[in-house]
Write a protein of this length. Structure first.
Length: 238
């Protein structure tokens, strides 16, 4: 019995140290080409996704999609087929960007008629962290700041989206997103910035959102207490 318990404990310990999902290289704005890269191009570089889904409509394919899309500024009313690929990777023994944070990363890519139209990623690994300085967001001014100004302030975006995830063909969305689970404080912190730019590189709109919430304590199920019951032996006949 003791040996079995030791083996079980080792199995749980080793299982907790093994990676979850398959490692992938988080793309940069130059890895793929919006409007040109195909589903197969992405799979050749990143491998098979953790999850994928597809849907089609004849009267506005981006209306009521099965999962949220980066369309804060409104999508174009187009027909066609959409596909979403999702990648996830978590490794507790990896090097995190901040102390106490569980290192993980996520990536979602969207294709319209088999051509990449946008992707969004986040990572809390030190090697490719998507964290950014939200205090600099206030320096971005609509109809004055340029695309290059945004990159100088915050670094390369962790995602990009184009038409028809934008209303007009000459627009693009620069996406900055960070998400981390702080196991030391039992908190999930997220922040995102979406910057809409036009063909001239001029910022038309920018929207920031950040939140921090504590995870609820685990539900404790009362243990079952075994109460011995004495059952007398059957009485022998006299």
């Amino acid at each position: 019995m003791t040996r079995a318990l030791v083996l079980l404990a080792l199995t749980v310990l080793i299982g907790g140290c093994l990676p979850s999902g398959r490692h992938f290289v988080r793309p940069t704005p130059t890895t793929f080409q919006l409007g040109q890269s195909s589903v197969e191009d992405v799979k050749r570089l990143l491998g098979d996704p953790s999850d994928q889904r597809a849907w089609a409509r004849n009267d506005d394919v981006l209306r009521d999609p099965p999962t949220p899309l980066p369309t804060l500024f409104g999508p174009a009313p187009v027909n066609g087929a959409m596909r979403e690929l999702s990648y996830r990777y978590l490794w507790r023994l990896g090097e995190a960007a901040a102390r106490g944070v569980e290192p993980s990363k996520r990536l979602s890519l969207w294709f319209w008629n088999d051509r990449l139209v946008g992707y969004r990623s986040s990572s809390s690994f030190k090697e490719d962290s998507t964290d950014f300085d939200e205090s600099k967001v206030a320096e971005i001014t609509q109809w004055k700041s340029q695309r290059d100004d945004v990159v100088k302030l915050l670094g390369p975006p962790s995602g990009v989206a184009g038409y028809p995830l934008t209303r007009h063909e000459d627009q693009q969305i620069l996406i900055y997103q960070a998400s981390e689970w702080d196991t030391s404080e039992n908190q999930i912190r997220t922040k995102s910035l979406y910057v809409l730019v036009n063909a001239l590189g001029l910022v038309e709109d920018a929207r920031f959102d950040g939140s921090s919430r504590s995870l609820p304590p685990p539900v404790v199920t009362p243990g079952v207490t075994t109460v011995p019951i004495y059952v007398p032996p059957p009485r022998r006949g006299r």
